[in-house]
Design a binder for this molecule. Structure first.
Ligand SMILES: Nc1ncnc2c1ncn2[C@@H]1O[C@H](COP(=O)(O)OP(=O)(O)OP(=O)(O)O)[C@@H](O)[C@H]1O
Length: 317
């Protein structure tokens, strides 16, 4: 559905060159739900803008929904929906009228545009709001209107730039529910960007981590966490000599062992399997573990392992 090769974009800012996207090879199969995850300025929006033909690349090539972004931008646009970061509906027209106008702009007849408006209103559970003006809606409701506008021409591929940013947790959950349902019921391919680590982890089956304009990891959240971060296994001991002995015993299980006072922490691929073996090794070494704990990694641990930076700190900055 999406194939890019060396896709890159630079900007000239006050005689300096800013590399927003530094050569991305990305392949997305039909029906996939892909989350692009990365800190502010990583290049996610620029990548989406190139894939949606809103911005020409400086170099590289891409086909999107079977059409070349250079030679057939019209073909791409006819086949995709794009929901940008800003609200797309105006303030002054009623929601249903906005949808009909959008349908007309895609070349639908008036009757067909009305039909589609009613269909997408139903899909996004917006019927009760059909006669309201977007300016009077809540953030979550407006976001659903944006998505409805992006769906009016029945695209097979949907791009969403930060669909849930700025919404309260309940509205975020509702937006996700709708995205997942659209995908399930219409077998739609969905590519979205997000800052929310937990959302990418729980909702997307494939996570593409972008940093400094490059893809630095690509896989299921589970794979990325297993391969790149690993579980942590932490025990505490009664005294420091025991902690030293526990660290020595840990070397058999992990080459990442840290001792802090009475606490020993080690990284292992699968803690549920390693923990009982490690506890047996401690017993054999005459070391008593006072507490034992397993911590599963998050996508932030993945980002930290890859870049040495925390995504959360990047966002806070
Ligand atoms: N029109 C532009 N002119 C100059 N620089 C730009 C322009 N658009 C983007 N950039 C720069 O390109 C880099 C990537 O920006 P981009 O918006 O793609 O990142 P992002 O990952 O989407 O970030 P965010 O999550 O904050 O939206 C940034 O350094 C940004 O300042």
């Amino acid at each position: 559905m999406i194939h890019t090769e060396g896709l890159a974009r630079e900007f000239r800012v006050r005689r300096q060159t800013v590399t927003a996207v530094a050569g991305i090879d990305l392949h997305v199969e039909p029906g996939e739900l892909v989350a692009l995850l990365g800190p502010n300025g990583a290049g996610k929006t620029t990548l989406l803008r190139m894939l949606t033909t809103l911005l020409p690349p400086t170099s590289g090539s891409a086909t999107v929904a079977g059409c070349d972004i250079h030679s057939d931008a019209g073909g791409v646009r006819a086949r995709i929906g794009y929901i940008g970061q800003k609200n797309s509906a105006g303030e002054n027209f009623r929601v249903r009228d906005e949808l009909v106008t959008q349908g007309r702009s895609y070349g639908l007849t008036r009757a067909r545009a009305r039909e589609r408006a009613d269909e997408v209103l139903a899909q996004l559970e917006l019927e009760p709001l059909a006669q309201r003006k977007p300016g009077t809606l809540s953030g979550g409701q407006r976001r659903r209107v944006d998505i409805a506008l992006g769906l009016i021409h029945r695209p097979g591929l949907l791009f969403l730039d930060e669909p849930s940013t700025g919404l309260d947790p309940q509205s975020r959950a509702s937006i996700w529910e709708h995205i997942l349902r659209l995908r399930r019921e219409q077998n739609m391919t969905v590519v979205l960007t997000t800052h929310y680590l937990e959302e990418a982890d729980r909702m997307a089956e494939r996570v593409v981590v972008v940093d400094h304009g490059r893809v630095i990891a690509d896989g299921t959240a589970e794979q990325l966490k297993n391969d790149l971060a690993g579980d942590h296994l932490t025990i505490t001991t009664e005294n420091e000599p025991d902690a030293g002995a526990a660290a020595t015993a840990a070397a058999r299980f992990s080459d990442e062992v840290a001792v802090d006072g009475l606490t020993v922490r080690l990284r292992v691929p699968r803690a549920v399997r390693a923990m009982p073996e490690y506890l047996r090794a401690l017993e054999a070494a005459g070391v008593k573990a006072v507490t034992a704990d397993i911590t599963q990694p998050t996508l932030d641990d993945v980002f930290l392992a890859l870049t040495g930076r925390s995504l959360r700190d990047d966002q806070a900055a």
